[in-house]
Design a protein around this ligand. Structure first.
Ligand code: ZN
Length: 240
């Protein structure tokens, strides 16, 4: 069984389609969505419908929550807030309700999935180093937990201590716990513009990070046409 774990799509339809096409070529049979389907880029409704039609386990991201609510966004950074206000207008009430009902944590096969962290999933904490990862591990009762949120692919491994790795692939070893950030489909922030996702081969216990090129020019044109902040088009080209 080969499962694709993909998230932080952020309304980037070209990146999402490229990832799904790559996954099908890699003999993936099952899919898990890590949340943040919408926000930032110009195709929120189309990305939502694409993921919904897949009918796969999906957890809620902070942008899904903000896009589906009607609360004030004034404490948020202005670019994200502008994009979210715009996103709210693009989605139907029914689509927003679908986002609102997504669960924060899911267990799939023998692993757990969360957008941010297991210790306080609704606080949307960012794990950027091994010290941040430690509090998550106290609440992680499966050997592997996949997450997203920082848009930076990374692996945190706990045995007698916690260490972090950036890698293209790894084998899951007995006796260790893994907290794995699958990176971002639609807005990577590790300096590589290509869409990022993970394939987990359950039989081989093999984790593979995939990078996929897509038609970024098309995504950028849609951002300009929508009147979204131009820096959103610039940042996806730089992977930041
Ligand atoms: Zn995100």
């Amino acid at each position: 069984m080969r499962i694709a774990l993909f998230g932080d799509i952020h309304a980037n339809l070209e990146a999402l389609e490229a990832v799904l096409e790559d996954a099908s070529k890699q003999s993936v049979t099952d899919y898990v969505c890590m949340g943040d389907i919408v926000g930032y880029n110009a195709d929120p409704a189309a990305c939502l419908e694409r993921v919904r039609a897949m009918d796969c386990p999906t957890v809620k991201g902070n942008h899904d929550e903000d896009a589906s609510g009607s609360h004030s966004l004034e404490n948020m950074n202005p670019v994200a807030a502008t994009a979210l206000e715009w996103t709210r207008r693009q989605l139907s009430d029914e689509q927003r309700q679908w986002l609102r009902r997504l669960r924060m944590v899911r267990q799939v096969a023998d692993f757990t999935v969360v957008h941010s962290t297991l210790d306080q999933p609704s606080h949307w904490n960012y794990v950027t180093n091994r010290f941040d990862a430690m509090s998550n591990f106290s609440y992680q009762f499966t050997q592997i937990c996949f997450h997203g949120h920082t848009h930076v692919p990374r692996v945190y491994i706990k045995n007698d201590r916690v260490r972090e790795e950036t890698t293209d692939s790894l084998i899951i070893e007995d006796g260790a716990k893994y907290f794995i950030n699958v990176g971002s489909v639609g807005q990577p922030r590790d300096g590589d513009w290509r869409a990022c996702y993970v394939i987990f081969d359950l039989d081989q216990r093999l984790i593979s990070f995939r990078r996929v090129e897509y038609d970024i020019g098309a995504t950028q044109r849609k951002i300009y046409t929508a009147g979204l902040p131009e820096m959103l088009a610039e940042r996806i080209a730089e992977g930041r």
